[in-house]
Design a protein around this ligand. Structure first.
Ligand code: HEC
Ligand code: HEC
Ligand code: HEC
Ligand code: HEC
Ligand code: HEC
Ligand code: HEC
Ligand code: HEC
Ligand code: HEC
Length: 444
């Protein structure tokens, strides 16, 4: 009997040790930062002590070979009527096994949030809305997040795009794929919380990654991801993967998990940014009160001050404010040139000689909804200058990226301004010569 108990204890010990080992392994794996491009710490020198023994179970590696292949998919008519959660799962596991893997990995699956909770039970109704899930469905269980989200600039993004002339100038498929894919992160009844969370993983950790913001916040008019990555903040985060030491988008813009991304924003807002009340912007900009600016700046500085002194952080943001005002001034200078050409009927072609602008008809549009087509040379240069140079410069300045602020921003803006001035001189010279020629024409 004693022998049996002793044997059992030894066996239990061995199993325990193996389990403990695996637990440690997995803990190491899961605590390891996941962002791509992350520098992995240098591997520890191999010593006899830290060499895995042959018996140590290997941590699971997710290679295609390690898992059974997805079963072949057979064509199928769409079913009609209502179904239970278990029926949805059984059928869709055969149809979209990858989607079901995402759901299996989610907090929702663990907490018994069912297909029906989000999609409803009626398959015909699901088809009628093309599988979309309204924010109102999420609100049933996530009131706080939905409320904050709906009050945020993200929820107005859809309407901002729908009202914009540039959207109206596109075919419907381009409106959907080339505008609304980024601008339908919220608003209306079909908001897309999944823009950041993934439709079936619905993971908070996925959304915290700067890449989740970068699907939209990138490119030549708002290179936030690129600017952040190339700033000391991005680099420090790449080294530490610790938001207590180095900030990501979410550290500064979603403090405490708030979904209100308007937090801490002053004149450096989206689009062409803003101006203080009383100032006259050359192109459409948001107008904010001095009191609002002061209050929001205080909130943003409170975040900086977790890592920097108030003086250091304030200097950085005040420099960015000064850069914003300077690019606003340069845009003003450029706008005056284009407006004067318009007033003197020297744009070629003039707005009345070309197809009507979708919202402004045959009038001159600068900034905001200006098109990148159906316009004159002068307006084309202005488009680049305002949409790219102006935006990049101030947005990169608020995100501490030196190269984007100067060489990819300011240098581009100023070169465009010089090109515009040269075009203006050429146009006016040619007009003067033409006027003189018509005066000296015989018979005049
Ligand atoms: C927490 C809410 C939620 C739950 C739970 C949920 N879904 Fe979804 N589902 C969504 C959202 C959001 C979308 C994306 C809609 C869109 O296109 O924006 C979606 C899309 C889909 C699509 C179309 C996806 C594609 O890419 O083609 C299928 C199929 C689907 N869901 C099936 C299911 C099934 C089956 C279940 C149950 C296992 C389920 N869903 C559970 C929210 C949910
Ligand atoms: C008997 C099989 C079956 C059952 C049960 C079933 N579905 Fe489907 N579902 C389909 C098929 C087939 C499609 C069309 C796409 C395809 O071929 O896979 C589809 C499409 C969808 C779509 C995408 C619609 C679109 O326009 O892209 C969603 C969302 C969806 N199902 C959710 C559900 C939910 C939720 C349930 C349970 C209430 C459910 N399905 C039950 C077979 C099924
Ligand atoms: C029937 C209730 C229910 C519905 C509907 C629902 N959720 Fe959840 N959700 C939960 C519960 C429960 C949890 C786990 C506890 C928590 O974090 O609040 C959760 C967790 C989450 C998380 C955090 C997951 C993590 O990584 O910790 C996200 C993000 C989320 N839900 C998003 C959504 C979105 C977006 C929708 C709508 C498309 C939605 N949920 C619909 C109940 C629901
Ligand atoms: C702009 C990207 C973005 C969008 C859009 C978004 N979320 Fe989130 N969400 C996040 C981030 C980032 C976090 C993690 C915040 C943190 O903990 O620091 C998060 C966390 C959550 C959580 C977990 C909260 C907790 O305390 O565990 C829930 C629930 C949630 N979101 C629901 C929603 C719902 C519902 C919507 C749509 C109304 C939505 N989210 C839209 C980025 C987003
Ligand atoms: C699906 C596309 C999309 C994703 C993903 C996205 N955003 Fe946005 N974001 C937008 C659009 C579009 C606007 C402009 C809204 C407007 O002003 O009309 C915006 C505006 C903003 C603003 C400016 C607010 C202001 O007051 O001017 C901030 C800050 C912001 N987003 C932060 C984030 C962060 C942080 C993430 C990631 C957690 C994120 N966004 C993810 C599309 C997106
Ligand atoms: C160290 C803090 C910090 C980090 C990290 C950060 N931002 Fe910002 N962000 C700011 C400040 C400060 C402003 C301008 C505030 C103002 O108007 O006074 C701003 C402004 C914005 C705006 C409005 C337009 C603009 O650029 O001025 C958007 C959109 C935005 N940030 C998105 C992002 C995204 C996406 C990321 C991650 C890739 C990110 N931010 C990372 C601090 C930060
Ligand atoms: C790659 C994603 C993406 C695409 C594509 C995109 N946008 Fe945006 N847009 C954004 C983001 C992100 C912002 C906010 C950040 C910023 O401006 O600093 C924004 C800002 C705007 C604003 C300014 C909002 C405000 O409140 O001032 C307008 C208007 C706009 N976009 C219209 C459009 C239109 C129209 C299209 C298609 C012709 C389009 N966008 C295509 C991501 C996108
Ligand atoms: C979570 C910590 C953290 C937060 C929050 C933070 N920073 Fe930083 N910041 C760093 C780190 C780390 C560096 C890298 C250089 C260093 O260690 O000084 C840095 C560098 C900088 C630099 C460049 C300094 C130089 O020597 O060139 C500026 C400017 C800056 N931060 C401004 C800000 C502003 C403004 C805010 C708030 C909007 C802010 N930071 C928020 C951690 C932070």
């Amino acid at each position: 009997m004693r022998l049996v108990i002793a044997l059992l204890l030894i066996l239990l010990g061995a199993v325990g040790a193996v389990l403990l080992d695996r637990g440690l392994f997995e803990e190491q794996l899961s605590s390891r930062p996941q962002a791509p491009g992350a520098e992995q710490p240098a591997p520890a020198k191999r010593t006899a002590a830290n060499q895995p023994s042959p018996e140590t179970p290997r941590p699971a590696v997710d290679t295609p070979a390690a898992r059974p292949p997805h079963p072949p998919r057979t064509p199928m008519e769409r079913p009609n009527g209502t179904f239970t959660h278990d029926e949805c799962v059984t059928c869709h596991r055969k149809r979209q096994p990858g989607l079901m893997d995402q759901w299996d990995a989610s907090e929702h699956a663990r907490r018994d949030v069912t297909c029906v909770d989000c999609h409803g039970a009626n398959h015909d109704a699901i088809f009628a809305v093309e599988g979309l899930v309204a924010t109102a469905q999420c609100a049933k269980c996530h009131e706080k997040e939905t409320y904050e989200f709906l009050a945020s600039p993200h929820a107005r993004a859809r309407d901002a795009a729908l009202a914009n002339g540039r959207l109206k100038a596109q075919i419907p498929a381009m409106q959907r794929r080339g505008c609304l894919a980024c601008h339908d992160s919220g608003g209306g009844s079909q908001g897309r919380c999944n823009a950041c969370h993934g439709a079936h993983r619905h993971s908070a950790a996925d959304a915290r990654r700067p890449e989740a913001c970068g699907t939209c916040h990138m490119g030549p008019d708002h290179p936030h991801l690129e600017a952040w990555e190339s700033s000391l903040h991005g680099v420090a985060y790449g080294a530490t993967h610790d938001t207590r030491q180095a900030p990501t988008c979410v550290t500064c813009h979603m403090d405490g998990g708030s979904h209100h991304v308007g937090f801490g924003i002053t004149i450096g807002s989206s689009g062409s940014g803003g101006v203080l009340e009383g100032e006259q912007p050359a192109i459409p900009m948001k107008v904010i009160t001095a009191a609002h600016a002061k209050n929001e700046r205080k909130r943003m500085l409170a975040i900086c001050e977790r890592c920097h002194t108030p003086r250091m952080a304030r200097r950085a943001l005040e420099d960015a404010d000064a850069i914003k005002r300077e690019v606003d001034r340069l845009v003003g200078e450029a706008a005056r040139i284009v407006r004067a050409l318009y007033d003197d009927v020297l744009l070629d072609p003039m707005p009345k000689e070309r197809p009507a602008h979708p919202t402004a008809g045959h009038t001159l549009v600068l900034g905001g909804g200006a098109l990148y087509e159906n316009h004159s040379d002068a307006e084309r240069i202005f488009f680049d200058l305002a949409k790219f140079g102006h935006s990049i410069t101030f947005k990169a300045a608020y995100h501490q990226s030196a190269d984007w602020t100067h060489w990819l921003g300011m240098a581009r803006l100023k070169a465009d301004l010089e090109e515009l001035k040269a075009l203006d001189r050429r146009t006016r010279k040619a007009a003067a010569i033409a006027a003189a020629a018509s005066k000296t024409k015989p018979g005049k």
